[in-house]
Design a protein around this ligand. Structure first.
Ligand code: SF4
Length: 367
């Protein structure tokens, strides 16, 4: 199936369609934002920006959970790894810089940090090592949190395993983007993975409130090009609605079992996004009944101090889609894939890392 979604003839036809839709639509720049690292990967890897008319900009919003994880949470985990806990988390997270180094550097200094591929691995590790204290550093969007929710509700958490929740929710970040005073957006490509859980209906109030077209799109080049076509068609008709183009896996209602588990296991809190600040109702903390598994209720972790973003790093602007990575003076100079200065240069979904690998906006040739 993926071959037909990568078909160059179909892509060429969509490119022509986009050009014809744009013609006469507006003299202004058209700004379309996606909020998913995998969309940025598709766009950069396939060079889709080079196929678009010059007045269409596709920018990357806060779609990388590793990038938006606050400095404070990383420092808490570093402290735990050095104070009697085995800290488990996903591989990308171990490389993200904080004011106190990364989890990898904590490991080099004697901290106990282990990479896991899923929450189930942390459960297995805790069951195998009943005398050890294990913490799972839980990061991710709505795609990752259901597994933790279901294990909590199934009472499958060993007593020596606790959780540090840094889960974040995507729709509040979209609200935040629409409220930015210094730039406006003409459309959103909503994240495909997250939408499999949330359903496309979750974006309808955003379309209505801000009068902005939103399309749920998949991750093949044809999916993304179709998403842009759909946004332009809505603009041309002067309408703004949520459209689900990823019907192969996304429904309007989403995954009802996962949604119910999340609402029973977690409570929604105002949460810090790295470089952005506090975003209302944008994070998950474990519900009161699970405080026995919540490391923040079990352990007195020293408060972190200092800046959220390393000096000179412009991740805050990259995460909000205000600049391209190439506009950061450190990009591919001091900050590289091997020696990341900021969180956006770490991990497969970081905008700076993707642009460093595949090139980006400023590598495009002038038409
Ligand atoms: Fe931060 Fe590096 Fe990206 Fe600059 S290139 S914004 S320092 S991650």
């Amino acid at each position: 199936m993926s071959q037909s979604f990568q078909d160059p003839i179909v892509i060429k036809k969509l490119q022509i369609k986009i050009k014809s839709l744009v013609s006469g639509l507006t003299d202004e720049k058209i700004k379309i934002c996606h909020v998913c690292g995998t969309h940025e990967y598709t766009i950069s890897h396939w060079g889709l920006r080079s196929l678009l008319p010059k007045n269409i900009e596709v920018i990357a919003g806060p779609g990388c959970p590793v990038c938006v994880c606050p400095n404070k949470d990383i420092e808490e985990c570093i402290w735990l790894s050095k104070n009697g806990y085995i800290l488990t988390t996903f591989g990308d997270m171990t490389r993200v810089p904080s004011n106190s180094g990364s989890l990898n550097s904590a490991k080099a200094e004697g901290g106990d940090v282990r990479i896991v591929y899923s929450f189930l691995d942390a459960i297995k590790l805790a069951k195998k090592n009943p005398k050890s204290k294990i913490v799972f550093f839980a990061i991710g969007f709505e795609t990752t949190s259901p597994m933790v929710a279901i294990e909590l509700l199934n009472q499958n958490i060993p007593s020596n395993l606790s959780i540090l929740s840094s889960f974040r929710l995507v729709p509040p970040a979209m609200h935040l983007l629409m409220k930015q005073p210094d730039f406006s957006l003409d459309g959103f490509i909503a994240p495909g993975h997250v939408s499999t859980i949330t359903g496309s209906g979750i974006y309808e109030p955003i379309s209505t409130k801000y009068n902005v077209p939103i399309v749920v799109a998949g991750f093949e080049p044809v999916d993304v090009m179709l998403g842009i076509v759909s946004i332009l068609e809505q603009m041309k008709k002067n309408i703004a609605k949520t459209e689900n183009l990823y019907t192969r896996v996304v429904t309007r209602e989403g995954n009802k079992i996962a949604l119910k588990a999340m609402s029973n296991a977690f409570e929604t809190i105002d949460a810090q996004w790295r470089g952005i600040g506090l975003v209302a109702d944008s994070g998950y903390e474990l519900a009161e009944q699970f405080k026995g598994s919540n490391i923040r209720c079990i352990e007195e972790i020293p408060e972190s101090i200092g800046d959220d973003i390393p000096k000179g790093c412009r991740c805050a602007d990259v995460i909000l889609g205000k600049i391209y990575p190439e506009e950061c003076p450190l990009f591919k100079r001091k900050c590289t894939l091997e020696t990341p200065v900021g969180p956006c240069m770490v991990g497969t979904e970081g905008t700076c890392a993707i642009h460093a690998k595949f090139g980006g906006y400023f590598d495009l040739e002038e038409e």
